[in-house]
Design a protein around this ligand. Structure first.
Ligand code: PMP
Length: 361
């Protein structure tokens, strides 16, 4: 078997024990004689599993009972639109905090459904820092405040949950959910595409305070309405059964590994090892983000001479380090250090980077 160290931004590395278990169970899941993909979502076995997966997630994130948890088909992009459709009525406005590519996209995709007020943005700073909370121009009448806790492309991450008063805080946590404990009570709605810290793509998780399910929103088909999904336990139509199952294996793996506090500790150690290597490279490597808000999940960096990029990518891949090419918007490199990426992978990356700098410096 030749597994590489995988730094993909998403779809991203899954925990090896999760893949091995899925492999063992592929042909005969749970004594059923068929794979989990081949049976009804309304069957007893699947229903029991789905309930356990939700219970495990509730335990990991300490989700209170007055929040519904939805396991939906699709991705986060769909909810850029579905959130305003559900939470805002005709003529309402919403505040958006724009701190990078994804929150900018969330704002532009919401625009057909709600009056978007960009209450704060760090765009003029190239998204290298967070806009100071004191400068945010929030409206008390806003339907909600939207933020992305971690910007997957730009590599900036909120280190605290901002105080926004009584207006519900909506957070795209696609790229840092489950990377550490969070206080769910601070949010009205949390959403995350699965393909980074949860499981395969095609599944999206929504955690929504139940009172928000009462909002009439806009006229829409039932399939778009969160209240309908909550009322049918995410089985309004056929769910992504395979994704739901794999998410469950990941949640069990997290619980066995000591839960989210232990995960946060490991993620801090991994990120600090890589940032130290970048900062200590004498300018060979560079990450321009304000150190106070650097992401622990996605670390973009450049080489001092971009003419070396192709060799860096070629040699790193030959060394078993996969998917270090940066997003095309920024160029350079990016290493994503999600939960399933072990410290050993980051040690291998840092070792390679030192060696490469020595040979090309
Ligand atoms: N938000 C963030 C923070 C992301 O990283 C991504 C995907 N990389 C998205 C939204 C879009 O997710 P999807 O492709 O699942 O629609």
């Amino acid at each position: 078997m030749s597994r590489v160290w995988n730094f993909s931004a998403g779809p991203a590395a899954l925990p090896l024990p999760v893949l091995e278990r899925a492999q063992r169970e592929l042909l005969d899941w749970n004594g059923s004689g068929a794979s989990v993909m081949e049976q009804s979502h309304r069957g007893k076995r699947f229903m029991a599993m789905a309930a356990q997966v939700e219970a495990d997630l509730r335990e990991l994130l300490d989700i209170p009972d007055d929040y519904a948890v939805l396991f939906e088909q699709g991705g986060a992009t769909q909810h850029f639109a579905q959130i305003p459709m559900n939470l805002a009525g005709e003529g309402d406005s919403a505040d958006y905090i724009v701190t990078g590519h994804w929150s900018e996209k969330a704002a532009s995709e919401a625009a057909p459904y709600v009056r978007v007020n960009v209450a704060a943005t760090s765009k003029a700073d190239g998204y290298l820092r967070m806009p100071a909370r004191a400068t945010w121009n929030l409206a008390s009448a806003a339907s909600y405040v939207h933020m992305a806790t971690n910007e997957t492309i730009h590599g900036v991450q909120f280190q605290d949950v901002p105080e926004v008063g009584d207006v519900p805080l909506v957070a795209d946590m696609s790229s840092d959910i489950l990377s550490g404990p969070i206080d769910v009570r601070r949010f009205g709605l949390i959403y995350a595409g699965a393909q980074k810290n949860i499981g395969p793509s095609g599944l999206v998780l929504i955690i929504i305070r139940r009172d928000l399910l009462q909002r009439p929103g806009r006229p829409m088909a039932r399939i778009f309405r969160y209240a309908e999904h909550a009322a049918s336990d995410s089985m309004l139509n056929t769910p992504n059964t395979w994704g739901w199952y794999l998410a469950g294996l990941t949640f069990q793996w997290l619980k066995e590994g000591g839960g989210l506090a232990a995960m946060a500790e490991r993620n801090r150690e991994k990120a600090s090892l890589l940032y130290s290597a970048i900062d200590g490279s004498g300018g060979f490597y560079r990450n321009p983000i304000d150190p106070a808000v650097r992401s622990r999940m996605n670390v973009p960096f450049t080489l001092h001479d971009s003419a070396l990029d192709a060799s860096f990518l070629q040699e790193s891949e030959a060394a078993g380090l996969l998917a270090l090419k940066g997003h095309k918007a920024l160029g350079g490199m990016r290493a994503s250090l999600y939960n399933a990426v072990p410290l050993q992978a980051v040690q291998a990356l840092v070792g390679f980077m030192r060696d490469f700098a020595r040979r090309h410096g």
